[in-house]
Design a protein around this ligand. Structure first.
Ligand SMILES: [Zn+2]
Ligand SMILES: [Zn+2]
Length: 277
């Protein structure tokens, strides 16, 4: 089968909370949201505050069919969902997927749970799009049509999070956020999950030096991302979930260090686009 373009654009790369100040403008202060294009299909991974502008842009481009994948329901990954413009357009078809469902919680109950008074003035019944919720079996591969496969992985994060690996046209992007590694121990299962991916997007909230002070916070380091990509022969490594307080100059320094240690490794910037094929 012939395949179309495969690319990713970062609409939000900041972790934990949206930030805004003159010294963070280049990397950006919006929280996690990524757009993955697979030919004619549009996939969205997390809808943090960066998802608001992404939604506006999809509307401007007239895109009306979107699959949204949520890694987990911490605010920095979903706070843009009630502001995601395609949800308010009648002509849109939006499928919201997550692997977070248990016997008691489903994608639908989680979405309805946080977009509701007293947390938010409106509820999803006011969305005008044709929107549906889908629970993914974590650990399984899901075929979403048009030659796109989505593999899922249970990450190590308080309350759980789902890692996604998108396969299209023989290429792949793995998205691993949020995830904490055990210091000094290679996560073999996660390594197999990202093995050989053309691009790995990885949680780099902390550095190896900082992590011992933040055990249990649920995050990893750029150094661990590099070690994992080296050990399991992955391609490029894009680091995201930047600490709210990291300035552009601090991120520049980390970016230079990471790129020197492992060519093809970079701290992602809001608005950056990577073409895979
Ligand atoms: Zn997060
Ligand atoms: Zn989280």
């Amino acid at each position: 089968m012939t395949t179309g373009e495969f690319r990713i654009r970062f609409w939000g790369v900041r972790g934990s909370i949206a930030t805004c100040s003159a010294d963070i403008c280049r990397y950006g202060g919006e929280t996690i949201s990524m757009e993955v294009t697979c030919g004619k299909r549009t996939l969205v991974f997390d809808v943090g505050s960066g998802g608001r502008r992404l939604g506006n842009d999809l509307t401007a481009r007239g895109i009306s069919d979107v699959d949204v994948f949520i890694s987990h329901y911490h605010y920095d990954h979903v706070e843009g969902l009630p502001f995601f413009h395609p949800l308010y357009r009648e002509e849109c078809k939006i499928r919201i997927h997550s692997g977070h469902g248990t016997d008691k919680t489903t994608t639908c109950s989680l979405v309805r749970g946080f977009i509701a008074p007293p947390y938010f003035p409106i509820c999803p019944d006011m969305f005008r799009a044709d929107w549906t919720c889908h629970d993914m079996k974590v650990g399984a591969q899901h075929d979403i049509g048009d030659g796109i496969t989505i593999n899922t992985f249970a990450l190590n994060h308080p309350g759980c999070a789902t890692g996604y690996r998108i396969g299209y046209g023989g290429r792949s992007i793995a998205i691993v956020t949020d995830n904490e590694h055990v210091i000094g121990k290679t996560d073999e299962a996660l390594g197999k999950f990202i093995a050989g991916a053309d691009l790995v997007v990885y949680d780099a909230m902390f550095t190896d030096l900082e992590l011992p002070s933040y055990v249990g916070f649920g995050h990893s380091t750029w150094e661990e991302g590099a070690r994992l990509c080296d050990a399991f022969k992955a391609g490029k490594l894009a680091l995201i979930h930047h600490r709210p307080l990291r300035t552009d100059s601090e991120l520049d320094a980390l970016n230079a260090e990471a790129g020197a240690r492992r060519p093809g490794t970079f701290f992602a910037r809001q608005g950056q686009e990577i073409i895979i094929a």
